[in-house]
Design a protein around this ligand. Structure first.
Ligand SMILES: Nc1ncnc2c1ncn2[C@@H]1O[C@H](COP(=O)(O)OP(=O)(O)OP(=O)(O)O)[C@@H](O)[C@H]1O
Ligand SMILES: [Mg+2]
Length: 475
């Protein structure tokens, strides 16, 4: 039996490429989304450091809340989710000490090797289950110590980006479980801070706050926010890592893997327990915290970041916008399988020119150099599809699971050419249909915490009732 009263929730989802405020209205077993605000999320290089523009993000969040209120939505609550690993530092008075640094900053280069001298990656993986990536918070924190940067010494609290936003919205200090799992400092089994790491590494446990599980009320908006003309809205803690919320929205079935296709590509399975084997570690699989007590066993792959950067470059050079439709049509005119790149090559992390980086990679690897826009796009998309194929094979080997379907969510699921390439490369059925999966996952968690719906399974059923899924068959 469904409630016939409409209840409205605001999801604030910050992706590495763009942020959005989306209202979800749930009524009679259906959910309807309304995007009330969207803004680009662009790091800023100041001096030698690449920062997130935190003040602009915060300002846009407030604008998003205002926009929802202005449209007349009676919000039951709101919740924040963002990309992982990055954080801000607070002083004892609770002031933000510096703009959070972007994980693409070069400060972490070489840090994994330095940390490896203190504790081997194998030992660390056995407790955290996290894929060794130099962008992880652990290497970012270590870079302060390595550079003898006093900022970290005088800081009182370390809050991941969604924690930081929740703190400024409500005054509540905590580290939410799913986002904290991306730090590589959490124990994958106990879902608590791994005490041994704070002994081996020169890290203060005091920086960390209690871990909070998703699915509860954090508090209400602070007085200074309400004074700007916003009602007293409740703030919910959801799986504040965007990936956790996105995967939580997918009506996964047995034998079905997920791909969250955005700036990053996350390919994997939602499991009941972590897999902490050497095979999983050596194949670069991670065990990140999911919602509903799931472990997201997956690989973090550099995804459509490459295409985003190509487009930024062309638009800057030619001072004209490029549509995906145009670029995908050009892609289909280029010949197939000419040049294949590895999107995770360090040269693609943050190059001055993505065009030059891709061409240089092809030249260095003895492949034809893509010249036209169509050739470059085709090179990126085919390379991603082939990469997913090899990750899928490793995923099956590491988990021993049969997988016959891939459910793709995120902005990348709007790329019909890529979806078909993936179905072909994997020789597997591909399903798409929920682009804003992260916001949907965020909203159904709020509805559960608000007791409008019984559980997340009901939420996923509501999503199934509300969207049309499209199937791609391998060709
Ligand atoms: N109309 C479209 N057609 C094809 N692809 C699109 C379209 N709109 C967006 N995309 C793709 O979606 C990608 C962005 O996806 P998404 O919005 O899910 O990422 P994000 O939330 O900013 O990043 P994150 O991976 O951190 O969640 C773009 O890089 C682009 O390739
Ligand atoms: Mg996203």
């Amino acid at each position: 039996m469904y409630e016939f009263t409409t209840m409205e929730y605001l999801a604030i989802d910050l992706g590495a490429g763009s942020g959005r405020a989306i209202v979800g209205s749930i009524e009679n077993g259906q959910i309807h989304l309304d995007e009330v605000h969207r803004f680009s999320n662009k790091p800023v290089k100041l001096g030698n450091t690449l920062y997130w523009n935190f003040l602009s993000l915060y300002e846009n969040i407030l604008q998003g809340i205002h926009a929802a209120v202005k449209k007349g939505y009676q919000l039951q609550g709101l919740a924040i989710d963002t990309w992982g690993v990055d954080f801000g530092l607070l002083d004892r008075q609770g002031n933000l000490m510096s703009n959070p640094v972007c994980y693409r900053d070069i400060r972490t280069n070489g840090m994994s090797e330095k940390v490896d001298h203190l504790i081997s990656n194998a030992e660390m993986y056995a407790c955290t289950g996290i894929q060794q990536l130099e962008i992880n918070s652990i290497y970012q924190i270590y870079s302060y110590i390595d550079e003898i940067d006093e900022l970290i010494d005088i800081s009182d609290k370390l809050l991941f980006i969604p924690d930081l936003i929740n703190y400024f919205l409500t005054g509540q200090l905590f580290n939410e479980y799913t986002i904290a799992s991306t730090s590589q400092l959490l124990n994958a089994r106990t879902q608590q801070w791994e005490e041994s790491l704070f002994k081996i590494l020169p890290f203060s446990k005091q920086w960390m706050s209690p871990i909070r599980q998703p699915g509860s009320v954090v508090g209400t908006l602070k007085k200074e926010i309400i004074e700007t003309g916003i009602p007293e809205i409740k703030v919910f803690a959801v799986g504040s890592h965007d990936t956790a919320s996105a995967i939580g929205a997918i009506p996964l079935e047995p034998d079905m893997a997920f791909l969250s296709s955005g700036t990053w590509s996350l390919l994997g399975l939602a499991l009941d327990a972590p897999i902490l084997t050497e095979e999983a570690r050596l194949n670069d699989f991670t065990n990140e915290g999911g919602i509903d007590n799931k472990i997201l066993f997956m690989r973090n792959i550099t995804g459509l970041w490459l295409l985003q950067q190509l487009i930024v470059e062309w638009e800057r050079e030619e001072d004209a916008p490029y549509s995906y439709d145009y670029l995908l049509a050009e892609c289909m005119k280029a010949s197939a399988f000419r040049s294949i790149i590895d999107s995770d090559d360090p040269g693609f992390k943050n190059p001055v020119s993505m065009c030059r980086a891709i061409r240089g990679y092809c030249r260095d690897n003895g492949q034809p150099v893509p010249k036209t826009k169509g050739e470059l796009v085709r090179c990126v998309l085919e390379s991603l599809a082939l990469k997913y194929h090899s990750v899928m094979e490793q995923l099956k080997a590491c988990t021993g699971k049969k997988i016959n379907t891939l459910f793709i969510v995120g902005g990348g699921s709007r790329n019909q050419v890529l979806n078909q390439f993936i179905a072909n490369a994997l020789q597997m059925k591909v399903i798409v249909g929920i682009t804003e999966a992260t916001a949907l996952g965020n909203i159904i968690q709020q509805a559960v915490a608000n007791k409008q719906i019984a559980n997340l399974a009901e939420g996923r059923q509501i999503i199934k009732n509300s969207f049309t899924f499209v199937v791609y068959q391998p060709e």
